[in-house]
Design a protein around this ligand. Sequence first.
Ligand SMILES: Cc1cc2nc3c(=O)[nH]c(=O)nc-3n(C[C@H](O)[C@H](O)[C@H](O)COP(=O)(O)OP(=O)(O)OC[C@H]3O[C@@H](n4cnc5c(N)ncnc54)[C@H](O)[C@@H]3O)c2cc1C
Length: 482
Amino acid sequence: MTTMPDPVPTLPDSQATAGYSRLTRDDPGFAEAVYEGLFNKLSVDNPRFSGEPDLVVAPKTETDVVAIVRAAAQSGTKVAIRSGGHSWIASSVREASVLVDLAAFDGISVNVEARTATVGPAVRGERLSKELVAHGLAFPVGHCGTPALGGFLLGGGLGVNWGHWLPSCFSIRSLRVVLASGEIVVASATSNPDLFWLARGSGPGFPGIVTEFELELQPLPGAIRLSTWMFALTDLSAVTRWVSRVSASLPSNVEVSLVMAGPGRPGATSASVPFVVGVAATAFTDNAGAAREALRAFSDDPGPGVPALDHLEALPVAFDSLHEPVDATYPEGYRYLADTFWNPLDIHDALEPLAELITRAPSGASYILSGMPKNGHGAELLPKGEAAFGMHDRSLVVPYVMWNDSADDAANLAWLTELRSVLEPTASGHFLSEADLRYDASRTSGSFAPGDWARVSQLITAFDPESLFCGFPQPREKPAAD
Ligand SMILES: Cc1cc2nc3c(=O)[nH]c(=O)nc-3n(C[C@H](O)[C@H](O)[C@H](O)COP(=O)(O)OP(=O)(O)OC[C@H]3O[C@@H](n4cnc5c(N)ncnc54)[C@H](O)[C@@H]3O)c2cc1C
């Protein structure tokens, strides 16, 4: 039995009754507090995630957070942070740490006239969308409804309509941060600009606890239209050439994604074609005419020349329902691994080598998502020098490996290893928020634009000289299947 560090002081009565919970390994409910809130169930018992906190605390107020950070610093205990528990690599579960669970920081306050909102880091994207729609406003929330804004925004945030609204971190106006010193600071473009730069993209490396974000909002698009196509995977080559050709003339407010999927995809039956490539194009516009115009490149094009198994044309979708079909592709309670690869290749060349591999996936639920930032004009996407978030290229390929039985861990990990061996040789970098940082250290450094990684490292050390915060998860010795 290890000796438990005790970094949290007894609070004065008034705060104790407001009371934040505090659980050590011996307390009932400790394991639930550590693991139940994790989306990825692989991280609960697979050896590649081994390491457990000594203490879990759930502060209710910013004053609690300051007390926890000061006490942790005093006792030399490292601090791990959780907002929504949706890190694929469970970056909140760290050896011998105090895990600060920010679930109570879930307030939303909208200033309709200023078109801004202040939000707690534990607010989920789906809740923010609903709240904003009621005010005629919108925000580039994640494509899935359940990740919390804390990790999503700090990691850059590839949200809805990101080719037009930019990655979501560019819509952070300011944030409140408890630093390793226990000091509370506000960071914005004009106040603590280095900390602000880091907050826009350093993800799990961020050296502080964010207690609140101030966000710039968008007017609610008056007409969102979704067109989808599904083709047999055997037609991949024709489909990717078509998407690539059409994308070149699509405006930035049309978001296109491609998915290579197997027989375990939502809606598939035993009668369905087992392996498919799906294409989705979502236009974010003011009215039906503008939506038709935005999607015109599809109607003007002769098409891929292969038959679609299924097609929906310009279906109206409510902003706060956009996440629903996406959520269905990430079943709850599953074991997951994701990884990410920016690629200088066109989508056609990037996906072609993967076609045979997807048919050998041990789990039919696994799929490979891809897209081209700003429809192939990604080089013009990001404002220069404003954010740590910076790595991007012509296409992004993201395999999601998902299964539900621990007996299948080795086979699924081995399949991802095979995918990596095909994707790594042409990859130019990684997307921090969904990359497997526990696999290889190059995932972290390779998530930043050349030259920025050195600045990220220096600034983290400057704000947290004693490395109080756990920071980027480090790769462990690789288990055999990796
Ligand atoms: C089903 C699913 C769908 C996803 N879809 C998308 C998507 O469409 N676009 C996209 O960009 N990403 C997506 N992601 C990735 C997701 O954005 C990141 O995993 C993000 O970190 C999740 O945020 P969280 O707060 O829920 O995670 P957590 O696991 O709680 O946090 C992850 C890490 O972020 C840091 N952190 C979190 N909150 C704070 C805080 N308040 N202060 C300081 N540090 C903090 C900590 O280091 C923490 O360990 C998806 C993930 C899942 C599981």
